[in-house]
Design a binder for this molecule. Sequence first.
Ligand code: ADP
Ligand code: ZN
Ligand code: ZN
Length: 815
Amino acid sequence: MYFVEVILPLSLDKTFTYRVSETEYHYIKKGMRIAVPFGKNKMYAALAIDLHQNAPVLYEAKEIHEILDVAPLVNEIQIAHWKWIASYYMCAIGDVYRMALPSAFLLESETILSQKPQIFVDVTQLSDDEFLLYEALQHQSSLKVKDVMGILNKKNVFPIIQKMISKDLLVLNEEIQYEYKPKLVKYVRLHEDYVAESALIALLDTLKGAKQKEVLLTYFQWQAQEKKPLPVKELVDKANSTTAVIKALVEKGIFEEYSLQEDRVNFDKNKEEQNLQLSEAQQTALDGITSSLEEKEVCLLQGVTSSGKTEIYTRLIEQYIKEEKQVLYLLPEIALTTQLVSRLTKHFGNQVAVFHSKYSNNERVEVWNQVNQHSEKAKIVIGARSSLFLPFSNLGLIIIDEEHEQTFKQQDPAPRYHARDAAIVLAQSHKAKVLLGSATPSVETYYNAQSGKYGYVNLKERFGKVQMPEIELVDIKDSYFRKRMTGHFSNVLVDAITEALSLGEQIILFQNRRGFSPVMECLTCGHVPQCPNCDVSLTYHKFKNQLRCHYCGHSIAKPTICHSCTSSHLTTKGFGTEQIELELAELFPTKNIKRMDQDTTRGKYSFENLIDRFKNREIDILVGTQMLAKGLDFDNVSLVGIMNADNMLYQPDFRAFERSYQMMTQVSGRAGRSEKRGKVIIQTYNPNHNVIQQVTHNDYEGMYKEQLYERQIYKYPPYFRLVKLTLKHRDFDKLKEGSMWLYQVLQQSLAMPVLGPEEPAINRIRNEYIRTIMVKIPQNVSIGNTKKTIQKALNSFDVIPQYKAIRIALNVDFY
Ligand code: ADP
Ligand code: ZN
Ligand code: ZN
């Protein structure tokens, strides 16, 4: 008898054994997908990981349904790595498999399919089965895979569906299709009749309107100085005029209107196209990295903001692809901008593939196949954390840029892996090297560099010897007291913005919305509307005139009377980006102000769109959350304002100070990236706070030492590893009892700190109560054994009937 061992794309810890024929046994290779029945009438795309002749002991092996691939989709290095992830991060191997594969590869009987909107279909080209499905979808908007089985009256439908997906006839329902319409910018130029100077003077004489003259003169001045196209919008601003005046000039045939696609007017284009010469400091850093990677597996490049790290990465990548190696370039999701991609594609042409979550299933499947087939098109993969799971077979180098970013750690759902750490493990199986880059490394990484585990290279100067920005602190307590505030703006900040604007420079304002969102409050009774499902106040969204829960999405129309006392004296409290944007509009009514946060960047390209417009100087002031801090490079930003440093500092999290330092330094780094020295204004209630002082003096070392000391005293990483257990249940008392039981078992069986069970600050989300337990594993204790003990406790917990319904999530190396 012949068997295949498979992983199911379900949250199951075990692998399963299925029966195959002898022919199938010889045909199947590890890493192929196999459709198998599981549970009641359900079908899944499982992954073959072994072939053997041992019948399972506990159950009778079912037969497989069909083989889905002709060649392996996943290689053995991946399977080994996924097993490591499951074991290290204490999750089911099925969770890893399910997350690793693009969902188009994971069709199951419950998967929902629908027709791709607005696509012309030539029905004569469809096979009979394809036509049946096509027709069915004319009558209903979506189908489940199991419905398809009924319609076609057969069981093996996965190949047909897959083919239709690849032909763009079907889409998986989770996908939302965005379309990028490149934005056109309007410009004017002088009609050729007037380009000669004499014609021009004559023209000015004939013009009667002073307003039109003013516009023309402004245009000449600009052309004489800048010699580049002038957008209509800027001309209006500069001449202090209106679009009507310009329209009149166009109608007279003096100006001609034309449009350009935004990305064609990239000011840096020429600079980027030539092959860049490394500065001396960059060259030294590159040499340092090269020699350090000869001895060590991992090297940390600490380079201040705007030191030109990307160019160094580029050189290093060149060396590896010359040796026919694959390169993976990992970035936090949000830093994956067209800006960076275009920089790299200019250098490497179409050897670069991009992989991230805003890509559609088809695009992801394409990249997967390219990597799997060693395609020229995917020698270099740039991607967010999930690109770690692509089928690399010959990795030479992994670059992890902005390695300190917490988004490299997946929070929910399992696997809760850290992409940086998992990448280092993956590199070992490929005998590949890892370069970590950051201006503000995480304490853990810097610690590893200090202890000699990682190599270390420091790049202290900005490219072109641009000075680091000057940082000025404004004590807002004092400013409020002296009435030197307008709304949330100190006079110092308003003056600095006014000055920068008068010089035609741009401004970035940073407002960390987390933990300090605007709420609605009743002035009569103090009632603040709460989410009915979660233990949080609802957040006020002015634009939609709604109150919304940021945890579950629950929303209500903005109330006109208090739901508690019916008073109509309601007010909004606190401030987020939206409020800052409004106050700015009042302070600078003629300026173009835009906001960048989760609410304004939902679409596939809306983030890029905002960045492009800002880069093209169409936007004067950009207000945003931490999104603004991620590796963006603008050459005309002279001023950065941090609206309130304190709400970052006082998050209840042992990393709050480290993060505040990183955030403020990264945001500050957006100022003055060209010749002129930039300025940063930090508004704070605590100008003497150590972290604020460290940011002001660019004192990473000071921040690190202080944090390291605290980590040791209070038993945190890098001295202790954290395993956090989160328990959830709808019944408050049952949860309380159950978490106490688990805590006591852990406490008794582990010779290390076990804390809890704690009620988190937000103790109910989506109607489930929450308790947490934290285990702190000292450096010198075996992690493996500790996890085994934890697992044992969890197993006993699971068999207690009254606790069975309590769900537990494990987070190893909690971030
Ligand atoms: P970092 O990632 O370290 O913050 P960047 O890689 O964004 O810095 O570089 C900052 C700026 O300097 C960019 O505008 C980049 O184009 C420019 N730059 C970096 N290295 C060079 C070089 N060797 N020649 C010309 N320009 C460079
Ligand atoms: Zn009230
Ligand atoms: Zn809620």
